[in-house]
Design a protein around this ligand. Structure first.
Ligand code: CP
Length: 315
């Protein structure tokens, strides 16, 4: 694997999931694979899980890790080509990416959607420019449209907790007063499509995701109906794709409660975290036996290790 930007970079999903599970059982089995190599982790946005799990995974593989909060500590980076740089951006990505590529053998980047301009966000300019100018493998630590390390951890978690050969997996929109990106929901759908699951997506009207991510997922606007018989319920808020970046409703009846979970087939609850308790999901669900959120977050280490391992093997 050259880059890890989306599922399109994965040649064998089952093998990647298995690799994560093997690393979980034996974290230091490839402790020399990254010896004398350096990964740079660049954060344009905040993080808890991605930052710590990717650093830990890299260290398990023997990589040196350097990290930068680009959004706070670095020079403002101009991403567009051919512009007159007379604004607040002091450095162009052409130089910045090329320089970081000389210091690092792999670069991980987190850069969220701005939610102002759909065409610009879905163009993924930050990742495209680093890919073009850094000349080293790029790892997506959550982009404007995708969060593949989260999705791989979700696949590992479903693989570990599935009790049916083809479980019903329901992605449900959750209420939130803030506008959040579609990245986690997009990516989850993109990774569930090739899995042996029945994928159902439920959200209020107006929150449809881009069709290329929905794929063969079935959209049901009635949340209660969608949850019937679910084996896994994956909660996430996202803002509108069609009315780009807008919050059309924050209807509290979409919050996941024990009453909602009782519609499922003894279903497990998943969320990528962070989340706001009792606004998106009730305490009774998060603190109860159905919740997999901590297992999911723990699996972020193993998804990162699986992805970095594939890149290192291919170098
Ligand atoms: N799920 C996730 O990516 O968490 P962080 O934003 O804390 O990294």
């Amino acid at each position: 694997m050259k880059h890890f930007l989306s599922i399109n970079d994965v040649t064998d999903l089952n093998q990647l999931i298995t690799s994560g599970i093997i690393s979980k059982r034996n974290p230091f089995g490839d402790a020399d694979l990254g010896k004398n190599k350096t990964i740079g982790l660049l954060f344009f946005n905040s993080s808890l899980r991605t930052r710590l799990s990717t650093q830990k995974a890299a260290q398990n593989l023997g990589l040196n890790v350097i990290m930068m909060n680009v959004g706070q500590d670095g020079w403002g980076l101009e991403m567009e080509e051919g512009v007159i740089m007379n604004g607040d951006k002091a450095e162009h990505v052409k130089e910045a990416a090329a320089v970081i590529g000389r210091y690092c053998d792999i670069i991980g980047i987190r850069s969220f959607a701005g939610l102002q301009d759909r065409e610009k966000d879905y163009r993924e300019i930050v990742f495209e420019q680093f890919k073009k100018y850094a000349e080293v493998p790029i790892v997506n630590l959550e982009s404007a449209t995708r969060h593949p390390l989260q999705s791989l951890a979700d696949c590992i978690t479903i693989e570990e907790f599935r009790v049916k050969e083809r479980p019903k997996v329901v992605l449900t929109w959750l209420p939130h007063f803030k506008a959040l990106p579609q990245a986690v929901a997009n990516s989850f759908c993109e990774w569930m499509n090739p899995m042996n699951v029945e994928l159902v997506i439920t959200h209020p009207e107006g929150y449809d995701l881009a069709p290329e991510f929905v794929g063969k997922g079935q959209v049901i606007y009635d949340q209660d109906k969608a949850l019937e018989g679910a084996d896994f319920v994956y909660g996430k808020n996202w803002s509108s794709y069609n009315n780009y970046g807008q919050v059309l409703t924050s209807d509290p009846s979409w919050m996941i409660t024990e009453a909602k979970m009782s519609l499922t087939d003894n279903g497990k609850f998943m969320h990528c975290l962070p989340l706001r308790r009792n606004m998106k999901v009730a305490d009774e669900v998060l603190d109860g036996p159905r919740s997999l959120v901590i297992e999911q977050a723990a699996n972020r280490e193993w998804s990162a290790q699986a992805a970095l391992r594939e890149i290192l093997i291919g170098m």
